[in-house]
Design a protein around this ligand. Structure first.
Ligand SMILES: [Fe+2]
Length: 367
């Protein structure tokens, strides 16, 4: 009888916990921000899936914050992962229910994968591009590489075309492990394409393809920590880059891209995740764009799907994950938004030289 009473008391005590309590536990000694809303997002994802990679994707909580929320939920008796699955305990389900939290819905349009665009004329080069991409250099950790699916690159190019930033335009790509320059070149739409790339393997690969296919692509080996070469600055209608996601690293890429633009009316495209960037970081980034003279014209979340990279069990967040299962190559969990900015004035950019590591900050998870 006493035992039953104790159980009841324990469960009463657990359910008296609030999102704030869990968030506070998760924040204990943390170097990353954890919001109460992150706890809510994590619970909603856990009600939809027991798989670690799906929970990361569905929750939209930065990985380094999510692992702390999961630990706090386990500490409270709401979650268990001994069997390699993330299983909410009956108390955990009761907790979520008492807060009115339901399972996360993913209502992606089945036609466009939620991208809101079709391939249009880019569809014609799809087979050729996929054939070329088969021989691409594999992603390496040195430069925080990890490329998107070929389909994603094609949709990206179609999106740029539809926004008037490709046909007859001068395009610069800053870091091109996604092979945007090749897909854009194959369409025959851009007037000129320049690639700045640090990795000699990619420089050689893109150059060889451009020669063979007679594409209007110039490839220059360049470390983006250095300011732009003078013949590049202020010369382009549009830039594309998929920055590393430390705040400093993101700004390095964005500053170089914006500095390459001609002026008002020129556009920039960038990727940004939830996996490695809290809304606090998103806000800093948005402020940076506004200060640079740009407006965020469009933002399409989860536009980019990434192929799993070979160094996944060596990435920064790996030892912190509660469950260690290497996902299949095409088991997509890392996605990023496509952001389109357009210059309204400026660009107002102070070109600086950066030293040292640009890949790490406390939220970095895949470096
Ligand atoms: Fe659609």
């Amino acid at each position: 009888m006493l035992g039953v009473l104790q159980v009841e008391r324990t469960s009463y005590r657990r359910c008296a916990l609030t999102l704030k309590d869990i968030a506070e536990r998760a924040r204990r000694d943390a170097t990353v921000p954890v919001a109460e809303r992150d706890v809510e997002r994590a619970l909603s994802a856990l009600l939809s899936s027991e798989d670690i990679w799906r929970v990361i994707d569905l929750s939209g909580v930065p990985v380094m914050a999510l692992v702390r929320v999961l630990s706090a939920l386990r500490e409270a008796g709401f979650l268990d992962w001994d069997g390699g699955r993330l299983v909410l305990t009956p108390e955990g389900r009761e907790f979520a229910g008492s807060l009115g939290i339901g399972p996360k819905l993913e209502l992606k349009c089945p036609h466009c994968g939620g991208r809101g665009t079709t391939l249009g004329p880019v569809g014609k080069i799809a087979d050729k591009f996929k054939e070329i991409a088969r021989d691409r250099p594999e992603a390496i950790q040195d430069y925080d590489q990890g490329y998107v699916t070929e389909e994603t690159t094609l949709y990206r190019v179609a999106f740029m075309w539809s926004r008037g930033d490709l046909f007859g335009k001068e395009l610069i790509v800053l870091g091109d492990d996604d092979l945007v320059s090749i897909a854009a070149g194959l369409t025959g739409a851009p007037k000129r394409i320049v690639v700045l790339e640090i990795d000699q393997r990619l420089v050689d690969f893109i150059r060889d393809v451009a020669d063979k296919e007679k594409l209007p692509i110039e490839v220059k080996q360049h470390d983006l920590r250095e300011p732009l070469p003078p013949d590049i600055k202020g010369k382009f209608d549009a830039f594309f880059c998929d920055p590393t996601e430390s705040l400093r690293g993101f700004k390095v890429f964005a500053e170089r891209g914006i500095a390459a633009l001609k002026g008002p009316g020129s556009a920039g495209y960038l990727g940004l995740t939830h996996c490695e960037a809290s809304y606090g970081k998103w806000r800093e980034i948005q402020r940076f764009f506004l200060d640079a003279g740009a407006v965020i014209a469009e933002l399409r979340d989860a536009f980019h799907d990434y192929v799993n990279w070979p160094y996944i069990d060596h990435m920064r967040s790996w030892p912190h994950l509660p469950v260690h299962r290497i996902p299949g190559r095409d088991e997509i969990w890392y996605r990023s938004a496509l952001i389109r900015i357009e210059l309204v004035e400026g660009p107002h950019i102070q070109e600086r030289r950066y030293e040292g590591d640009i890949f790490s900050d406390d939220e970095a998870a895949t470096t």
